[in-house]
Design a protein around this ligand. Structure first.
Ligand SMILES: Nc1ncnc2c1ncn2[C@@H]1O[C@H](COP(=O)(O)OP(=O)(O)OP(=O)(O)O)[C@@H](O)[C@H]1O
Ligand SMILES: [Mg+2]
Length: 346
């Protein structure tokens, strides 16, 4: 199903509400395309521990490593390290080694970068941009952060740009600003009490980062442009339940409004109605418990089928349905099962 959709694409982004199966789908899509002979890298974000284990993602660097799996292409995977990605960005944008070291060692930078990196939305796309520029892969598959709001992700480059161009930062950067009489006194008292030379940290930070603002802004712009590239496509992952379905419909609309390339929809963890009746031999209390469990499952399946219909009529797009498996998806065999549904289903 997904094959024709992904044909000729360089980047696939798996987005959707929390917990619906974005990470699993991203890994299974990467596996499927590697089986088609491509050299594929998947960038995962906080994969469930068992999946991370079986893909060997725990002893990560911030670069993809090859997974030992029998495919005609190559499957590579990495787990995003946000802080590291942000530091690498500084390394690239710093005009010289001294500025670089000054910024990286600076306490203000360390706090700020943890805060920005903590949101993961920007660093995920920034890493994608790096890998795309390096050009070592036919296809990059990006998992997205478990945010409550998938839109945070679309807006991340814009938010960073606004921060760097914003008034707050410009004010700080004005020469002499930090050295006003009153402030100087406060800082020197602080330094005496805490032993931390906050003023020096602040002024070093703003002096060295000041020269990188244009670089940052330009980088954020290009990273943002990658999301609109025709060789990029979004897969919206959802579950057949009320809230994720509403969010998927909303997200789809926002993608369209933002002019970003929507590819298709993955509805994950669909329950199917049980076939057949409770055998007559199974009488008594046990028989009626089984019957009532089957009724519950049938009702759930019916509600979920209605969600699928709603999505079909609202989105009218390529849609792939993956059933709820008996066990969670935590190794290559599980991914292979998921891959079959994503790629081979009629
Ligand atoms: N079709 C399925 N059947 C059974 N279990 C599944 C299925 N798809 C995913 N899972 C399991 O559901 C859990 C959540 O999946 P996953 O981590 O991929 O979701 P996510 O959208 O990435 O979550 P988050 O928003 O927290 O990042 C995992 O334990 C995964 O193994
Ligand atoms: Mg995830």
């Amino acid at each position: 199903m997904l094959t024709s959709l992904l044909d000729g694409k360089r980047i696939v982004i798996c987005a959707g509400s929390g917990g619906v199966g974005k990470t699993t789908t991203a890994a299974a899509v990467a596996l499927g395309m590697a089986e088609r002979g491509l050299r594929v890298a998947v960038v995962t974000i906080d994969p469930a521990r068992r999946l991370a284990n079986s893909l060997g993602l725990e002893e990560l660097g911030n670069e993809p490593h090859r997974i030992d799996v029998d495919v005609s292409g190559e499957l590579w995977a990495m787990m995003l390290d946000s802080k590291r990605t942000f530091d690498e960005l500084i390394e690239r944008l710093a005009p010289d080694a001294r500025t670089r070291d000054e910024v990286l060692a600076n306490r203000i930078y360390q706090q700020l970068s943890s805060a920005v990196a903590g949101s993961q939305e920007f660093t995920a796309i920034a890493k994608l941009y790096e890998l795309d520029q390096e050009g070592g892969f036919d296809l990059l598959v990006l998992d997205t952060p478990p945010s409550r709001n998938a839109l945070d992700f679309l807006d991340a480059p814009g938010r960073l740009t606004r921060f760097f161009q914003g008034r707050a930062l410009r004010l700080f950067l004005r020469p002499g600003r930090l050295l006003g009489r009153g402030t100087g006194l406060v800082f020197s008292v602080l330094q005496r009490v805490t032993g931390v030379d906050l003023l020096r940290d602040l002024s070093t930070f703003f002096r060295s980062i000041g020269g990188m603002i244009d670089g940052f802004t330009e980088r954020a712009r290009r990273v943002g442009a990658l999301l609109e590239d025709p060789a990029t496509t979004f897969l919206i992952v959802t579950a057949p339940r009320h809230d994720p379905v509403e969010e998927a419909i909303f997200f789809h609309r926002k993608l369209r409004e933002a002019g970003m390339p929507f590819g298709g929809l993955v509805v994950n963890r669909l329950h199917v109605a049980p076939a057949g009746e409770v055998p007559a031999e199974l009488g008594g209390a046990l028989g009626s418990r089984v019957a009532s469990a089957l009724d519950d499952l049938a009702a759930l399946a019916e509600r979920e089928a209605a969600s699928v219909e709603l999505l079909r009529s609202e989105l009218g797009s390529v849609m792939v349905v993956v059933p709820e498996f008996a066990d969670d998806v935590h190794d290559i065999e599980g991914l292979e099962r998921m891959r079959e549904h994503l790629f081979d289903a009629a």
